[in-house]
Design a protein around this ligand. Sequence first.
Ligand SMILES: [Zn+2]
Length: 320
Amino acid sequence: MAALVLFGCTVASVLSDPTFNGLPRDLKVVEIFSGVGSVAAAATASGLSSQPFDKFRIEGRTNIPGRSCEDLTVKAGFVNAVKLVMQLALGGLLWLAPVCSSWVGLNISRTLRSHKNNFQGDTTYPKVAEGNLQAKACAFFMQLAQFRGIEVILENPPSSTIFNFPVLRAAISSMKLVSFVTHRCAFDVSAAKGKRLWKKYKFVGPAAWVQKLAKPCPCQGKNHIYLTERWTDCHGKNRFKGLKTLLDKSAAYPAAMGTAAVKAWLSNTAEKHRAPDSETRGQKRKAVWSTNSWLQPSVSGAVDSRPSSKPHWCLPPAGK
Ligand SMILES: [Zn+2]
Protein backbone atom coordinates (compact mmCIF):
# COMPACT_ATOMS: atom_id res chain seq x y z
CA MET A 1 0.00 0.00 0.00
CA ALA A 2 1.30 3.45 -0.88
CA ALA A 3 2.32 5.74 1.95
CA LEU A 4 -0.53 7.75 3.39
CA VAL A 5 -0.19 11.45 2.61
CA LEU A 6 -2.30 13.88 4.63
CA PHE A 7 -1.93 17.65 4.34
CA GLY A 8 1.48 17.09 2.76
CA CYS A 9 2.70 14.88 5.63
CA THR A 10 3.73 11.25 5.59
CA VAL A 11 4.64 9.18 8.64
CA ALA A 12 8.24 9.26 7.42
CA SER A 13 8.26 13.04 7.04
CA VAL A 14 6.80 13.50 10.54
CA LEU A 15 9.37 11.17 12.10
CA SER A 16 12.23 13.11 10.52
CA ASP A 17 10.86 16.60 11.15
CA PRO A 18 12.31 18.42 14.20
CA THR A 19 9.00 20.28 14.53
CA PHE A 20 7.58 16.93 15.62
CA ASN A 21 10.44 14.72 16.76
CA GLY A 22 11.92 17.52 18.85
CA LEU A 23 8.92 17.53 21.15
CA PRO A 24 9.37 15.99 24.62
CA ARG A 25 7.62 12.64 25.06
CA ASP A 26 5.95 13.73 28.25
CA LEU A 27 2.33 12.68 27.72
CA LYS A 28 1.03 9.30 28.88
CA VAL A 29 -2.50 9.42 27.44
CA VAL A 30 -3.97 11.25 24.44
CA GLU A 31 -7.69 10.94 23.69
CA ILE A 32 -8.64 12.05 20.17
CA PHE A 33 -12.34 12.68 19.41
CA SER A 34 -12.53 12.89 23.19
CA GLY A 35 -16.10 14.16 23.58
CA VAL A 36 -16.60 14.47 27.33
CA GLY A 37 -13.01 13.27 27.82
CA SER A 38 -13.62 10.33 30.14
CA VAL A 39 -10.38 8.53 29.30
CA ALA A 40 -8.16 11.61 29.59
CA ALA A 41 -9.89 12.61 32.83
CA ALA A 42 -9.36 9.15 34.31
CA ALA A 43 -5.67 9.32 33.42
CA THR A 44 -5.35 12.74 35.01
CA ALA A 45 -7.09 11.43 38.12
CA SER A 46 -4.43 8.70 38.25
CA GLY A 47 -1.71 11.31 38.21
CA LEU A 48 -0.76 10.77 34.58
CA SER A 49 -0.22 13.58 32.10
CA SER A 50 -2.96 13.44 29.51
CA GLN A 51 -4.59 15.52 26.82
CA PRO A 52 -8.10 15.37 25.32
CA PHE A 53 -8.54 16.52 21.71
CA ASP A 54 -11.89 17.30 20.11
CA LYS A 55 -13.13 19.82 17.58
CA PHE A 56 -15.99 20.77 19.87
CA ARG A 57 -14.01 20.82 23.12
CA ILE A 58 -13.79 24.61 23.44
CA GLU A 59 -16.27 26.66 21.45
CA GLY A 60 -14.56 29.47 19.52
CA ARG A 61 -11.08 27.96 19.94
CA THR A 62 -10.82 24.30 19.06
CA ASN A 63 -13.46 24.40 16.32
CA ILE A 64 -11.81 27.11 14.22
CA PRO A 65 -8.51 27.09 12.29
CA GLY A 66 -5.59 28.42 14.32
CA ARG A 67 -3.15 27.53 17.07
CA SER A 68 -5.77 25.78 19.20
CA CYS A 69 -7.58 24.00 16.37
CA GLU A 70 -8.69 20.43 17.05
CA ASP A 71 -10.55 19.83 13.80
CA LEU A 72 -8.87 16.96 11.96
CA THR A 73 -10.36 17.96 8.64
CA VAL A 74 -8.14 21.05 8.41
CA LYS A 75 -4.35 21.17 8.40
CA ALA A 76 -3.99 23.15 11.64
CA GLY A 77 -6.02 20.58 13.57
CA PHE A 78 -4.25 17.63 11.97
CA VAL A 79 -0.82 19.07 12.78
CA ASN A 80 -1.86 19.72 16.38
CA ALA A 81 -3.00 16.12 16.72
CA VAL A 82 0.24 14.79 15.21
CA LYS A 83 2.16 16.83 17.78
CA LEU A 84 0.21 15.23 20.60
CA VAL A 85 0.83 11.72 19.25
CA MET A 86 4.53 12.52 18.98
CA GLN A 87 4.48 13.72 22.59
CA LEU A 88 3.24 10.37 23.84
CA ALA A 89 5.76 8.39 25.85
CA LEU A 90 6.86 4.95 24.76
CA GLY A 91 4.09 2.62 25.96
CA GLY A 92 1.66 5.55 26.25
CA LEU A 93 -1.99 5.24 25.33
CA LEU A 94 -3.57 6.74 22.22
CA TRP A 95 -7.37 6.54 22.28
CA LEU A 96 -9.18 7.08 18.98
CA ALA A 97 -12.97 7.31 18.80
CA PRO A 98 -13.81 8.81 15.40
CA VAL A 99 -17.29 10.20 14.76
CA CYS A 100 -19.43 7.22 13.77
CA SER A 101 -22.35 8.92 12.00
CA SER A 102 -20.65 8.56 8.62
CA TRP A 103 -20.10 4.81 9.14
CA VAL A 104 -23.22 3.28 10.67
CA GLY A 105 -26.42 2.02 9.08
CA LEU A 106 -28.62 4.92 10.19
CA ASN A 107 -27.36 7.09 7.33
CA ILE A 108 -26.49 4.39 4.81
CA SER A 109 -29.04 5.71 2.28
CA ARG A 110 -26.92 8.88 2.00
CA THR A 111 -23.41 7.58 2.62
CA LEU A 112 -23.81 4.59 0.26
CA ARG A 113 -20.93 2.79 1.96
CA SER A 114 -20.63 -0.84 0.96
CA HIS A 115 -18.05 -3.49 0.13
CA LYS A 116 -18.75 -2.73 -3.56
CA ASN A 117 -17.07 0.67 -3.21
CA ASN A 118 -14.56 -0.56 -0.61
CA PHE A 119 -16.52 1.41 2.01
CA GLN A 120 -15.42 4.70 0.45
CA GLY A 121 -19.10 5.65 0.02
CA ASP A 122 -20.43 8.60 -1.94
CA THR A 123 -17.51 10.98 -1.65
CA THR A 124 -19.59 13.86 -3.02
CA TYR A 125 -21.63 13.75 0.18
CA PRO A 126 -19.85 16.04 2.69
CA LYS A 127 -20.45 13.68 5.64
CA VAL A 128 -18.67 10.92 3.73
CA ALA A 129 -15.75 13.11 2.67
CA GLU A 130 -15.34 14.26 6.27
CA GLY A 131 -15.62 10.73 7.64
CA ASN A 132 -13.05 9.42 5.15
CA LEU A 133 -10.61 12.16 6.08
CA GLN A 134 -11.04 11.47 9.80
CA ALA A 135 -10.53 7.74 9.20
CA LYS A 136 -7.35 8.41 7.22
CA ALA A 137 -6.11 10.63 10.04
CA CYS A 138 -6.75 7.79 12.50
CA ALA A 139 -4.83 5.39 10.26
CA PHE A 140 -1.99 7.90 10.10
CA PHE A 141 -1.86 8.15 13.89
CA MET A 142 -1.93 4.36 14.21
CA GLN A 143 0.98 4.02 11.83
CA LEU A 144 2.84 6.66 13.77
CA ALA A 145 1.96 4.92 17.04
CA GLN A 146 3.28 1.61 15.79
CA PHE A 147 6.59 3.16 14.97
CA ARG A 148 6.76 5.01 18.28
CA GLY A 149 5.82 2.05 20.47
CA ILE A 150 2.48 3.50 21.56
CA GLU A 151 -0.57 1.46 22.55
CA VAL A 152 -3.70 2.25 20.50
CA ILE A 153 -7.41 1.73 20.97
CA LEU A 154 -9.81 2.41 18.10
CA GLU A 155 -13.48 2.59 19.16
CA ASN A 156 -16.70 2.68 17.15
CA PRO A 157 -20.05 0.88 17.29
CA PRO A 158 -19.90 -2.84 16.37
CA SER A 159 -21.90 -2.15 13.19
CA SER A 160 -19.57 0.60 11.99
CA THR A 161 -17.97 0.02 8.61
CA ILE A 162 -14.98 2.13 9.60
CA PHE A 163 -13.15 -1.04 10.61
CA ASN A 164 -13.35 -2.12 6.94
CA PHE A 165 -12.02 1.15 5.55
CA PRO A 166 -8.87 0.01 3.69
CA VAL A 167 -6.18 2.11 5.40
CA LEU A 168 -7.59 1.37 8.84
CA ARG A 169 -8.03 -2.31 8.08
CA ALA A 170 -4.38 -2.40 7.01
CA ALA A 171 -3.23 -0.66 10.19
CA ILE A 172 -5.30 -3.01 12.39
CA SER A 173 -3.86 -6.00 10.61
CA SER A 174 -0.28 -4.74 10.71
CA MET A 175 -0.50 -3.99 14.44
CA LYS A 176 -2.17 -7.37 15.07
CA LEU A 177 -4.95 -5.70 17.02
CA VAL A 178 -7.97 -7.66 18.19
CA SER A 179 -11.54 -6.56 18.89
CA PHE A 180 -14.02 -6.91 21.73
CA VAL A 181 -17.52 -5.55 22.29
CA THR A 182 -18.67 -4.05 25.55
CA HIS A 183 -22.02 -2.77 26.82
CA ARG A 184 -22.32 0.83 27.88
CA CYS A 185 -24.81 -0.11 30.58
CA ALA A 186 -22.10 -2.11 32.34
CA PHE A 187 -20.36 1.16 33.17
CA ASP A 188 -23.33 3.52 33.51
CA VAL A 189 -23.57 3.43 37.27
CA SER A 190 -25.19 6.88 37.33
CA ALA A 191 -28.50 5.43 36.09
CA ALA A 192 -30.61 2.70 37.66
CA LYS A 193 -30.82 -0.65 35.89
CA GLY A 194 -33.79 -0.44 33.57
CA LYS A 195 -33.01 3.18 32.72
CA ARG A 196 -29.66 2.72 31.01
CA LEU A 197 -29.03 3.31 27.31
CA TRP A 198 -28.81 0.31 24.99
CA LYS A 199 -25.45 0.94 23.40
CA LYS A 200 -22.50 -1.24 22.53
CA TYR A 201 -18.93 -0.19 21.77
CA LYS A 202 -16.39 -2.15 19.78
CA PHE A 203 -12.81 -1.73 20.88
CA VAL A 204 -9.93 -2.66 18.60
CA GLY A 205 -6.67 -2.77 20.49
CA PRO A 206 -3.74 -4.81 21.81
CA ALA A 207 -4.66 -8.40 22.59
CA ALA A 208 -2.77 -8.21 25.88
CA TRP A 209 -5.35 -6.01 27.58
CA VAL A 210 -8.24 -4.78 25.42
CA GLN A 211 -10.39 -7.76 26.45
CA LYS A 212 -10.39 -6.42 30.00
CA LEU A 213 -12.79 -3.74 28.75
CA ALA A 214 -15.34 -6.24 27.45
CA LYS A 215 -18.26 -6.27 29.87
CA PRO A 216 -21.66 -7.94 29.35
CA CYS A 217 -24.95 -6.22 30.02
CA PRO A 218 -25.57 -6.52 33.78
CA CYS A 219 -29.20 -5.45 33.66
CA GLN A 220 -30.61 -8.94 34.25
CA GLY A 221 -33.53 -8.74 31.86
CA LYS A 222 -34.51 -5.21 32.82
CA ASN A 223 -35.46 -2.75 30.12
CA HIS A 224 -33.10 -0.33 28.35
CA ILE A 225 -33.59 3.03 26.70
CA TYR A 226 -33.24 2.53 22.96
CA LEU A 227 -31.54 4.97 20.60
CA THR A 228 -33.79 4.35 17.62
CA GLU A 229 -37.50 4.53 16.94
CA ARG A 230 -39.11 1.83 14.79
CA TRP A 231 -42.50 1.81 13.07
CA THR A 232 -44.33 0.39 10.07
CA ASP A 233 -45.35 2.93 7.44
CA CYS A 234 -48.63 3.07 5.52
CA HIS A 235 -47.17 0.74 2.86
CA GLY A 236 -46.34 -1.87 5.47
CA LYS A 237 -42.62 -1.18 5.26
CA ASN A 238 -40.57 -1.28 8.43
CA ARG A 239 -38.91 2.05 9.17
CA PHE A 240 -36.52 3.28 11.82
CA LYS A 241 -34.73 6.47 12.72
CA GLY A 242 -32.14 7.52 15.28
CA LEU A 243 -33.12 9.71 18.22
CA LYS A 244 -30.47 12.41 18.09
CA THR A 245 -30.47 13.48 21.72
CA LEU A 246 -30.05 9.90 22.89
CA LEU A 247 -27.48 9.13 20.19
CA ASP A 248 -25.41 12.11 21.31
CA LYS A 249 -25.74 11.05 24.94
CA SER A 250 -24.70 7.49 24.13
CA ALA A 251 -21.51 8.69 22.45
CA ALA A 252 -20.30 10.07 25.79
CA TYR A 253 -18.40 7.44 27.72
CA PRO A 254 -19.54 6.98 31.31
CA ALA A 255 -16.79 8.09 33.68
CA ALA A 256 -16.43 4.51 34.93
CA MET A 257 -15.55 3.37 31.42
CA GLY A 258 -12.71 5.87 31.21
CA THR A 259 -11.44 4.62 34.55
CA ALA A 260 -11.68 1.00 33.40
CA ALA A 261 -9.82 1.83 30.19
CA VAL A 262 -6.91 3.45 32.00
CA LYS A 263 -6.81 0.68 34.58
CA ALA A 264 -6.72 -2.04 31.89
CA TRP A 265 -3.94 -0.30 30.00
CA LEU A 266 -1.93 0.38 33.16
CA SER A 267 -2.26 -3.19 34.40
CA ASN A 268 -0.73 -4.49 31.22
CA THR A 269 1.91 -1.80 31.22
CA ALA A 270 2.91 -2.67 34.77
CA GLU A 271 2.92 -6.38 34.02
CA LYS A 272 4.85 -6.08 30.78
CA HIS A 273 7.52 -3.93 32.30
CA ARG A 274 7.68 -5.35 35.79
CA ALA A 275 11.17 -5.29 37.27
CA PRO A 276 13.16 -8.55 36.99
CA ASP A 277 12.46 -11.29 39.53
CA SER A 278 15.98 -10.82 40.85
CA GLU A 279 14.73 -7.63 42.45
CA THR A 280 14.79 -7.96 46.22
CA ARG A 281 11.78 -10.02 47.24
CA GLY A 282 9.24 -7.97 49.12
CA GLN A 283 10.72 -4.70 48.02
CA LYS A 284 7.91 -2.29 47.27
CA ARG A 285 7.76 -1.48 43.59
CA LYS A 286 7.74 2.15 42.73
CA ALA A 287 5.35 3.72 40.25
CA VAL A 288 5.90 2.40 36.75
CA TRP A 289 6.25 5.79 35.21
CA SER A 290 9.05 6.84 37.52
CA THR A 291 11.15 3.67 37.57
CA ASN A 292 11.30 2.32 34.05
CA SER A 293 13.62 4.02 31.66
CA TRP A 294 11.51 2.91 28.70
CA LEU A 295 8.73 5.13 29.92
CA GLN A 296 10.78 8.23 30.38
CA PRO A 297 10.47 11.00 27.79
CA SER A 298 13.05 10.75 25.05
CA VAL A 299 15.73 13.39 24.92
CA SER A 300 14.36 16.47 23.24
CA GLY A 301 15.44 16.54 19.63
CA ALA A 302 16.34 12.87 19.52
CA VAL A 303 14.62 10.57 17.08
CA ASP A 304 13.46 7.41 18.79
CA SER A 305 15.11 4.58 16.94
CA ARG A 306 12.73 1.85 18.16
CA PRO A 307 11.49 -0.43 16.72
CA SER A 308 14.49 -1.29 14.59
CA SER A 309 12.51 -2.54 11.60
CA LYS A 310 10.47 0.14 9.91
CA PRO A 311 6.93 -0.72 8.82
CA HIS A 312 6.54 -0.48 5.07
CA TRP A 313 4.44 2.66 5.37
CA CYS A 314 7.38 4.53 6.87
CA LEU A 315 9.09 4.43 3.54
CA PRO A 316 8.79 7.57 1.44
CA PRO A 317 6.13 7.60 -1.25
CA ALA A 318 7.25 6.49 -4.69
CA GLY A 319 9.16 9.12 -6.59
CA LYS A 320 10.53 10.87 -3.50
ZN1 LIG B 1 -27.88 -3.56 30.21
